[in-house]
Design a protein around this ligand. Structure first.
Ligand SMILES: [Fe+2]
Length: 325
């Protein structure tokens, strides 16, 4: 049986593909400026400068949109944690180093523009937002890659970020819709377009890793999907906000399965490949079982959600009937 490639061997073998993909990314990425996406004329001073402090009455966003915005912004704020993860596993050498720097700089823009928008429009409590940011960043983020793969963390990292970039793309897009504000929608669409380009870089790199070391790479992909959590895991109110977002179609299991996991696996041709040995086949069986389980859970969640929404609609009807009686 062929031995596993080391981290160094993987990075060296894949360096030419990384270079092509960095160049591809640079030719596709469009320059944009956070200040163009923020309605500055809505801004005013807070009490420390003689104005008025935040109050919930000032927010134009509903509870769901606020929860989604905070979750997505805290995720973006946690960039130093993701930077460490990517820098450690991709190295700072050549095209890898160029990518790590460029990707980090582009991601930083997302937190900048979202914070500016939320504070200027007074959409969320800026004091709570800052406290949450402190807590979340202090805790940092530990990906499954740290835990599972000291030998070839690259494969686990690149698999994780492929799905994670696509997941954040979906989440940002759908958050834009629930804000019911064309300015927020435009900003989040802009961010989502960045996440999509990032996803393509990582998907191409993970695809090249699958060609180079099929068994080893598929084991990483499978393990990452079996343990996948949205990047906000561990942030304040993550469970509560996650449920609120799933309930309102911003990011739920069906979207995870059909808009994130399946399209990527199709792109890699996972279920039609013929280059796995018995070890890769075993990983592929685990993956198939995981997809079936996701499907089962998604259907169960949808049933629960339908029942819950029907109950809420009925309550609203009854309240309206009472009010008009
Ligand atoms: Fe981002």
């Amino acid at each position: 049986m062929a031995r596993d490639l080391t981290q160094l061997e993987l990075l060296q073998e894949l360096a030419p593909v990384a270079e092509d993909n960095v160049n591809r990314h640079l030719s596709m990425a469009k320059e944009w400026h956070p200040h163009d996406y923020v309605p500055w004329d809505e801004g005013r001073n807070f009490a420390a400068l003689g104005g008025v402090d935040w109050d919930i009455e000032q927010s134009q966003l509903d509870e769901v949109a606020r929860a989604a915005m905070i979750t997505n912004l805290l995720t973006e704020d946690n960039l130093p944690s993701y930077h460490r993860e990517i820098a450690e596993n991709f190295s700072q050498d050549g095209a890898w180093g160029t990518w790590v720097g460029r990707w980090t700089a582009e991601e930083n823009r997302h937190g900048i523009v979202m914070r500016d928008y939320l504070v200027v429009t007074r959409a969320v409590d800026p004091v709570q937002l800052e406290r949450f940011r402190m807590e979340h960043m202090t805790n940092g983020f530990a990906s499954p890659a740290d835990v599972m793969a000291s030998q070839a963390g690259f494969l686990y990292s690149v698999a994780y970020v492929t799905f994670q970039e696509l997941a954040t793309r979906v989440s940002h897009r759908n958050t834009g819709k629930v804000c019911k504000d064309p300015i927020a929608d435009r900003m989040l669409q802009r961010i989502a377009a960045d996440e999509n380009l990032h996803m393509i870089f990582y998907r191409n790199m993970c695809g090249a890793a699958l060609d180079l070391a099929p068994d080893q790479a598929l084991e990483a992909v499978t393990t990452i999907l079996e343990n996948f959590e949205m990047p906000g895991a561990g942030m304040p109110n993550f469970r509560r906000n996650g449920v609120l977002m799933a309930k309102n179609g911003i990011y739920d299991l069906r979207q995870h399965l059909e808009e994130v996991v399946q399209p990527v696996l199709r792109k890699w041709n996972i279920f039609d490949r013929t280059d796995f040995t018995a070890r890769g086949e075993a990983a592929r069986e685990r993956l198939a079982a995981h997809l079936e389980e996701l499907e089962r859970q998604a259907a169960k969640f949808e049933e629960q959600r339908d029942r819950m929404l029907a109950r809420e609609a009925k309550k609203r009807e009854q309240a309206a009937a009472k009010a008009s009686a």
